[in-house]
Design a protein around this ligand. Structure first.
Ligand code: MSP
Length: 645
């Protein structure tokens, strides 16, 4: 059976400058949707590219003392390099300076002119060069561009006009009859109001510069850059030169664009298509903007974030995950280094990374590195298995509505549940009792299976991570052949699979977030650890409430725990205090397995003087109750950082 086609596009970016993290955001969303569709068995055509003509580029080239083509060639190379580094899986990259596009634009312009929908007249009005947009006097905001707020220029020239007005009612009817066409709904309402306000004929040629595609029948005019740019979507789909391809992929399933260019895609573009008698795209999705500390990125503010530097520092998957998880599609979102590091540490290093690491190290320690067939089952297993199997369906529902955030939350709910399953089933205790070997095998098998499912579900978002998890689990099948259906099935890992060496997939980023706690001198807040086994003598001298108040007790969440080499009593804990993370050494290794501690909210003294134990600086002490040779940590079901008094 032939696969169903799916065509998704990003906007084609202006090569006036290098791309920033906001552009990377848009392309990452499109890439994740494209990868998800491939995973779901679709024949995907994913297009991105560059929008190379127009006055702005011509001026930039002049400023750089070079030709427009030499100028854009260099920048377009940097686009392609970025998409490679970010693991973007586009099937084509269109440049509007390519011959295939030049020919198409001229053919389309000629056809619309021949049928009388393009006519010549005099244009007098305002033009915003950075946005390459015409405005009427009444549309300006304080005399400036209503979109970008920059100055506009008066333009008076003989031009060709496109009869948009003729299509107004047809367009309105189409939008009203196709509620899915413009998403999200807020953008749809905005567009309906705009059209109801009356569509003016659009000026579609310029004569005051020549960096563009000449109007075929009047070559002193070049085609307006938006008319040129929008048609890229049908050039690449083969409208002129590959009928079979065009019949397969057109109409496009999604044009993913930023919110400020929804208007071009849901008004000008559909009218061009109507004039050409071509079906309209199924959906125009307007995503929000990525801002930096609440501010629009701009060179003059010096707050432009370079995605390449971030990829080099944190890896492509971590950046992709952050962009997709932190920002709800359709809304604006904030970029900050602190938020990025928190996400990496909490979601990737802690939740996902620890689940993988704990599971693999237990399979290693308790089962000699072999995933054995499941043995005895208990009701708690069924609960986990049902959630694991349902997660793919819930995820699919979200992804089919472009709710990437919802899909990621569903996967992380499964990860969270599985971490809890480890605590509930206590494999370290099962491992101590040979009679419980069957039960231990079940628990370890279930952990491996969840990880297999998780690796499939995260693959559209973190394409490098999934095959790594797969390889660590020792699964022989090629990850490239995986389908979404494999994430709905349970029990695919074969018994006796030998796992590979466990390597951390997302190392914790040890950089204190910039916050108030960090601003204090370290000594004032730092503390060491050990002697948790010290028992209180019944005749301890009395202290005053003020003396007691000097002890700063807090709830701390254990993020990671491991044995200290060559010290059989000591564990090295990484804990989260809400505002910062600490490393502490605790003498509880005889009473707790490291895996048991991760995720627990313990009580700790945070203002004890730091101490160096086995060369490691310990900054704090966890509290434990002890009696004879029994010891139990004091825990509190309260958020990390809560004060204990
Ligand atoms: N060339 C036109 C698009 C033509 S499509 C037929 C254009 N180019 S652009 O380079 O200025 O912008 C491309 C896309 O990047 C737009 O969708 C825009 O919304 C997006 N972004 C630019 N800055 C952004 C953020 N800070 N955040 C998110 N997206 C942003 O417009």
């Amino acid at each position: 059976m032939s696969k169903k086609p799916f065509y998704i596009t990003t906007p084609i970016y202006y090569p006036s400058d290098r791309l920033h993290i906001g552009h990377a955001y848009c392309t990452t969303i499109a890439d994740s949707i494209a990868r998800y569709k491939r995973l779901s068995g679709y024949d995907v055509f994913f297009l991105t590219g560059s929008d190379e003509h127009g006055q702005k580029i011509q001026r930039k080239a002049e400023e750089a003392n070079t030709t427009p083509i030499a100028y854009v060639d260099k920048i377009v190379d940097s686009f392609k390099h970025l998409w490679e580094k970010l693991d973007i899986s586009n099937d084509d990259f269109i440049r509007t300076t390519e011959r295939r596009h030049h020919e198409l634009v001229q053919a389309v312009f000629q056809k619309i002119y021949d049928q009388g929908d393009i006519y010549k007249a005099e244009y007098e009005g305002w033009y915003c060069t950075p946005c390459e947009t015409f405005w009427m006097e009444r549309q300006l905001t304080d005399g400036k561009c209503p979109d970008c707020g920059r100055p506009v220029e008066i333009v008076k020239e003989e031009s060709y006009f496109f009869r948009m007005s003729k299509y107004q009612e047809r367009l309105l009817k189409f939008i009203e009859e196709n509620p899915e066409f413009i998403q999200p709904v807020s953008r749809r309402n905005e567009m309906i109001n705009f059209i109801k306000g009356g569509l003016e004929d659009l000026c579609v040629s310029r004569t005051t510069f020549d960096w563009g595609i000449p109007v075929p029948f009047d070559t002193k005019h070049v085609v307006y850059v938006w008319f040129d740019a929008l048609t890229n979507y049908i050039t690449a789909a083969g409208y002129l030169d590959d009928r079979e391809k065009f019949a397969k992929y057109w109409p496009a399933d999604i044009h993913l664009v930023g919110k400020e260019i929804v208007r071009f895609h849901s008004i000008i573009w559909p009218v061009i298509l109507m004039a050409l008698d071509i079906e309209l795209p199924k959906k125009v999705y307007g995503h929000g903007w990525l801002v930096v500390e609440g501010d629009k990125m701009s060179k003059s503010k010096g707050n432009v974030i370079d995605p390449l530097a971030l990829i080099d520092e944190f890896g492509a998957d971590a950046i992709r995950y952050f962009l997709l998880r932190e920002i709800t599609l359709g809304l604006d979102g904030n970029f900050s280094r602190d938020a990025l590091i928190s996400r990496i540490n909490a979601d990737l290093a802690n939740d996902l990374g620890n689940l993988l690491h704990r599971s693999l190290s237990m399979i290693g320690r308790f089962n000699g590195g072999i995933i054995e067939a499941a043995g005895e089952a208990e009701p708690v297993d069924q609960d986990l298995i049902e959630l694991a199997q349902n997660t793919a369906a819930v995820y699919q529902k979200y992804m089919d509505q472009q709710d990437i955030n919802g899909a990621l939350k569903a996967v992380w709910a499964l990860i969270g549940r599985t971490n809890k399953y480890i605590d509930e089933t206590g494999p370290w205790a099962l491992a101590k009792d040979p009679a419980k070997k069957g039960r231990l095998n079940t628990v370890l098998y279930n952990l491996a299976e969840v990880l297999r499912i998780v690796s499939i579900l995260i693959s559209p978002f973190m394409p490098q991570t999934s095959p790594k998890i797969w390889a660590q689990l020792g699964i022989a099948a090629n990850f490239a052949d995986v389908q979404l259906a494999d994430a709905k099935a349970w029990g695919r890992i074969e018994a006796c699979t030998a796992i590979a060496k466990a390597e951390p997939i997302f190392p914790r980023i040890e950089e204190a977030p910039v916050n108030e706690a960090q601003a204090q001198p370290a000594e004032a807040i730092a503390v060491p650890a050990p002697q948790p086994e010290a028992e209180a003598a019944p005749d301890t001298p009395e202290i005053t409430i003020d003396e007691f108040a000097k002890v700063d007790l807090r709830v701390a969440k254990v993020l990671a725990a491991e044995k200290v080499k060559k010290a059989d009593k000591l564990l090295l804990l990484t804990v989260d205090l809400g505002t910062e993370q600490r490393t502490i050494i605790s003498g509880i290794a005889k009473h707790y397995e490291p895996e048991q501690l991760v995720g627990q909210n313990v009580v700790m003294v945070v203002n004890l003087k730091p101490a160096k134990i086995r060369g490691i600086e310990s900054r704090g002490m966890v509290l434990a109750a002890s009696c004879d040779d029994k010891l139990q940590l004091v825990t509190a079901d309260m958020p990390a950082g809560s004060k204990v008094k």
